[in-house]
Design a protein. Structure first.
Length: 130
């Protein structure tokens, strides 16, 4: 095999490895989709909104709370490391907006809303539905 062919083959294999390394983490760290709250009382759809992720209530178990469907509860969630996003979280229970975080681990998404610079946080675990 000539040195030109070996050099081309080496470059091609390195380019393929680089592409795989670039694509694989982004696929593994995809928080988009529909998520069921650990209580089983609601679902949120996470989708891109501009250069961030947003989460909107897509289903509620109790028809009394059907007015919450379509309400944005996570917004401006921007990447903050592998499988992590920071932004804002709206809590329909107290009608307040908090500093928000999302952490993805497989098919589990932990969201938290924090006050006092992150000293007090409340977390919810979601399971991927779709």
């Amino acid at each position: 095999m000539s040195s030109v062919v070996r050099t081309f083959a080496l470059r091609l294999s390195l380019a393929g490895a680089a592409l795989a390394a670039f694509v694989a983490p982004s696929c593994a760290q995809d928080a988009t989709g529909t998520w069921l709250r650990d209580s089983g009382l609601s679902q949120v759809k996470i989708a891109p909104c501009g250069d961030a992720l947003c989460g909107t209530v897509s289903w509620v178990k109790d028809p009394v709370h059907s007015d919450q469907i379509g309400r944005k509860v996570f917004f401006d969630m921007k990447p903050a490391g592998p499988g992590a996003w920071n932004g804002k979280a709206f809590n329909p229970e107290d009608e307040k907006t908090y500093t928000g975080k999302m952490i993805l681990a497989g098919n589990s998404l932990t969201t938290s809303g924090c006050v006092l610079g992150g000293l007090i946080c409340r977390s919810v675990v979601w399971t991927r539905v779709k």
